[in-house]
Design a protein around this ligand. Structure first.
Ligand SMILES: [Fe+2]
Ligand SMILES: [Fe+2]
Length: 164
């Protein structure tokens, strides 16, 4: 059994994961509009992953006998200055999500809710990966600066995500 407070916090995180999915889909649309289809496809995959993260919360809340309560999603940002800024915003967002997960974990520890703590551990690991992978992309943007040629190559590279 989880506490009411924990139930609400998990529901809030479910909303945050779905919002992440929405935000990355907005970024995908922005990149697609610039004909950066590789970067857009990276963002679409990221958006799908976030939806799956949301589903993990959905399933966990159900598995402890509670019913998910879906709330309205915030409207995601629509414009970015350039693709680099969009990826920087993605990195800032992932850092914020990491903080959320840590706060949730702290709450689970405070409440001696070991099952929830254990559930959250997957997200703790996942956030390390997410922050690392977006950091690498942001660093690459910084390396290539404004060169169109490099942007083209980076677009191509990011488009390879998900291809075997
Ligand atoms: Fe996530
Ligand atoms: Fe994420």
């Amino acid at each position: 059994m989880i506490s009411k407070k924990m139930e609400e916090a998990l529901n809030k995180q479910l909303n945050a994961e779905l919002f992440s999915s929405y935000l990355y889909l907005a970024m995908a649309a922005y990149l697609e509009d610039l004909n950066l289809n590789g970067m857009a496809s990276w963002m679409r995959l990221q958006s799908q992953e976030e939806y799956e993260h949301g589903l993990k919360f959905y399933e966990y809340i159900g598995s402890v006998g509670k019913r998910v309560k879906l709330e309205a999603l915030e409207t995601p940002q629509f414009e970015w200055k350039n693709p680099q800024e969009a990826f920087e915003a993605a990195l800032a967002h992932e850092k914020k999500i990491t903080k959320n997960i840590y706060d949730l974990s702290d709450l689970a520890v405070d409440e001696k809710d070991h099952a929830t703590r254990n559930f959250l551990n997957w997200f703790v690991d996942e956030q390390v990966e997410e922050v690392a992978s977006v950091t690498v992309i942001v660093e690459k943007f910084k390396m290539v600066s404004d060169s169109k040629n490099s942007l083209y190559l980076l677009d191509k590279e990011l488009g390879k995500r998900g291809q075997k």
